[in-house]
Design a binder for this molecule. Structure first.
Ligand code: NDP
Ligand code: 8X3
Length: 256
């Protein structure tokens, strides 16, 4: 029997990551599911393991040693990774920069930049061994390209994701490994609940009437990117809900 292709997903306990696990399970891939919340990983494993092989690992991507240990200890059937979905991430502190706790800036950098780099570094040898058709999908954001008030360090971390993805492309061009910066716009997940530290009303208000993207929409885009013929690489894919668009430049006027 041909071994199943393996997808390694960070942040599989919620939102895009969980929907991506379900999408790849539908397509018959073996799943490596990681995240900090063990109960959610176990629930997802229960849901999917009758259909495809599932390996779960509790993992905080900020911890480079823990990342290396999880990767070093992948069971043999999950060892040859074809796709890495660098999805774990978060925004904090929607208020303006002067009012943000330094700790929140550090948490975003540690997760969205250091965490993504930790996982990429640990899995690169396995992806290169897989070669043609292997794919790294880094979840960036429209915030990495377009500034807006309250984005401060979050948007800056996603700008890092974009440039790191492009630079990786250059270094991996002879290996067959593809790299994509997938940059979603507004999508209804637990993202705003996390950003507002648990304010469900604020989250509901943001998405109300906006017909936002869903986690399943993004999972579908990830699956599309990863299953393209090996000679095609999407460098960056920016996806917004139809009802979201850019706004005019911000101008602060003195009052008379
Ligand atoms: P969710 O809050 O629903 O999911 C975030 C996931 O990241 C969770 O599974 C969480 O798992 C994981 N995570 C957070 N911190 C860590 C950590 N230190 N170590 C490991 N896992 C971690 O949000 P989304 O699904 O929306 O977000 C996924 C990605 O998409 C993020 O990178 C986000 O920046 C990006 N994005 C989101 C958009 C949106 O509008 N929703 C738009 C553009 C980009 P756990 O807490 O169990 O560790
Ligand atoms: C999340 C999308 O518009 O909140 O990355 O920055 S947005």
């Amino acid at each position: 029997m041909t071994p199943k292709k393996v997808v390694f997903i960070t942040g599989a306990t919620s939102g895009f990551g969980r929907a991506t696990a379900r999408r790849f399970a539908q397509a018959g891939w073996a799943l490596v599911l990681t995240g900090r919340r063990e109960d959610r990983l176990q629930a997802l494993k229960e849901e999917l393991h009758d259909h495809v092989p599932v390996h779960c690992a509790v993992l905080d991507v900020r911890d480079a040693q823990a990342v290396a240990t999880v990767v070093d200890n992948l069971p043999p059937d999950f060892g040859q990774v074809t796709a890495l979905i660098n999805n774990a991430g978060l925004a904090l502190a929607p208020e303006g920069a002067p009012d943000v706790a330094l700790e929140d800036w550090h948490t975003m950098i540690d997760t969205n930049v250091t965490g993504l780099v930790n996982v990429t570094h640990a899995l690169l040898p396995r992806l290169i061994k897989t070669g043609a058709g292997a794919t790294i999908v880094n979840i960036g954001s429209i915030a990495g390209q377009w500034p807006y008030p309250g984005s401060h360090v979050y948007g800056a971390t996603k700008a890092f994701v974009q440039q790191f993805s492009y630079n990786l492309r250059c270094d991996l061009v002879s290996t067959g490994v593809r790299v994509t910066d997938l940059a979603p716009g507004m999508a209804e997940t637990e993202f705003t609940l996390v950003r507002t530290k648990g304010n469900q009303a604020a989250s509901d208000q943001l998405y109300r009437g906006a017909d936002p993207l869903t986690a399943e929409d993004i999972a579908g885009q990830i699956h599309y990117i990863v299953t393209l013929p090996p000679h095609i690489c999407i460098n960056r894919l920016e996806v917004m809900p139809q009802r979201q668009a850019w706004s005019p430049f911000l101008v602060h006027r003195e009052t008379a």
